[in-house]
Design a protein around this ligand. Sequence first.
Ligand SMILES: Cc1cc2nc3c(=O)[nH]c(=O)nc-3n(C[C@H](O)[C@H](O)[C@H](O)COP(=O)(O)OP(=O)(O)OC[C@H]3O[C@@H](n4cnc5c(N)ncnc54)[C@H](O)[C@@H]3O)c2cc1C
Length: 402
Amino acid sequence: MSLPIDMDAVVIGGGIVGASAALFLAKSGQRVALLERDFFGAHSSGVNYGGVRRQGRPLSQLPLSQRAHAIWGDLTNLIGIDGEYLRSGHLKLARSDKDMAALAAYEQASRGFGLDLQLLDRDQLRARFPWAGDVAVGASLCADDGHANPRIVSPAFAHAARRAGADIYEQTEVSEVSHDGHAFTVRTASGQTFRAPWLLNCAGAWAAALAEQFGEPVPMRSGHPAMLVTEPLPMFMDVSTGVEGGGIYARQVARGNCVLGGGQGFALDPATARPGQAAILDILRNAVELYPPLAGAQAIRTWSGTEGYLPDREPVLGASSTQAGLLHGFGFAGSGFQIGPAAGEALAQIVCTGTPSIRLDAFSIQRFQPVSQPTLPTAPPATAAPAHAENVIPLFRGRSQP
Ligand SMILES: Cc1cc2nc3c(=O)[nH]c(=O)nc-3n(C[C@H](O)[C@H](O)[C@H](O)COP(=O)(O)OP(=O)(O)OC[C@H]3O[C@@H](n4cnc5c(N)ncnc54)[C@H](O)[C@@H]3O)c2cc1C
């Protein structure tokens, strides 16, 4: 066992949330270690559909999502690559008058958040997007939403964190966490030990284990959206699309391939998911009526990933209610790629200033605690606790079932 490495903050999980937090912490001059069990972006953050959209989110998420929109707008400066990020527009299609009414209600409710949604009736939709299938009766367009390549964006956040001064580690599974009343001791399966007054739990679908060990159980389950990509096709679609009521989403990349998602796959084990034949067939069946140019297209690859979902489909983001210095950022319910950089920034702000610039009350972990707990100060204590104050938290096993 090596000597402990002292840090200001340790981040568990090198997805887009943890890597963004590490980046913003390092840019603020904090000594931060980013610990990833597998590879940066190996899970949800690197295998997702690539939708970078605000449209359709719960209103509670829109302030944070708007902040994320600004961060995405400066992506190249921030992480050093453009990540194939395009502000192509996000088009949400309606298949019935009822769905169109739901899009209109959302447009009304989200006014004032800066989404600038445009409702398109059947004729307007066809005039602007002639590829749309007959089943689409209209749509809502968010012209400044878009898409990006998650496979390159998410690891780039971790590498940008390294350039900003963070210590970043792959294939480094956190196996044990303890707190002695003053600081966290974080041990890894590979034998390293870190000490820090701040610990950020950004372990994605596996984050509930750590929360539970600190007395904050959450009813998180895993989900596995099914994905496929087609062979390259002639360009026909320049927007990222979704459908009111869900079921399918699709985008076409510059090389001509169409990326499609919809439905749920299944888990092979807690860290490995597959899309499953049924979900893939459903996507292919639904796709052609909404996107007729896809008729006869070959799917050349299918995949899935593992993401954490809480019952209200809101993330847990902010301070622990039981342990000063512990911050949570997980449970982004299939839509954390867009909002992840702002979530990471908010966690970094708590470390640096005590308060995030955007209120996170809706995402508090306390909403899952049966009895209200006294509110703890967020920040860790400034002075060392007496030696007898050792409070060892049980082992945090990174691969425990979410
Ligand atoms: C197939 C799919 C499609 C999606 N499509 C979209 C989309 O189009 N748009 C959108 O906005 N969102 C989308 N999402 C959701 C989005 O990808 C996630 O919400 C987001 O990536 C979550 O980021 P994260 O950093 O919280 O989690 P993750 O990316 O899962 O990162 C958590 C990391 O923690 C690590 N870890 C866990 N335990 C330990 C440990 N003990 N020690 C060290 N490391 C540990 C894991 O290895 C993992 O890499 C999709 C998700 C999936 C699965």
